[in-house]
Design a protein around this ligand. Structure first.
Ligand code: ZN
Length: 131
């Protein structure tokens, strides 16, 4: 049976589950679901799953907020998700540097899509971005 973990502590639990993956006994996924209930306050959730053996991921999803039907936006393996999150973080840093260097909040998409930090990146930039 697949283990399903949802909620704000999911990222921490996912890190703990990651240790089990090395044993080759389970597969870890991150799944984003969207609630179809327009009156629901939750609407979008990320679910961290640990699938054992040949157990398939559930075919039907329920919103953790209202219990209504939810649809899958996307599903990634843990490795794919970590890669995506790293690229997203690099994009946010490049966007912040663009705003700082050019003074415009209209960041070109090409900056958001970069897969590396600029050569001009310096550790003191971290402190400036925090302000
Ligand atoms: Zn809902």
């Amino acid at each position: 049976m697949a283990g399903v973990i949802a909620g704000p502590s999911g990222r921490v639990l996912l890190a703990l589950l990651g240790g089990s993956r090395k044993n080759g006994m389970c597969e870890l996924y991150v799944i984003e679901i969207y609630c179809r209930n327009e009156a629901c306050a939750v609407r979008q959730s990320r679910v961290f799953t640990k699938n054992h053996g040949d157990t398939p991921t559930p075919k039907e999803w329920r919103c953790p907020g209202c219990g209504g039907t939810a649809v899958v936006h996307w599903k990634r393996s843990l490795q794919e998700h970590e890669h995506h999150e790293t690229l997203s973080a690099i994009g946010r840093v490049n966007a912040a540097l663009y705003v700082r260097d050019f003074g415009s909040p209209a960041v070109p998409v090409s900056y958001l899509m970069r897969e590396t930090l600029p050569d001009s990146w310096k550790s003191e930039d971290v402190e400036r971005l925090r302000k």
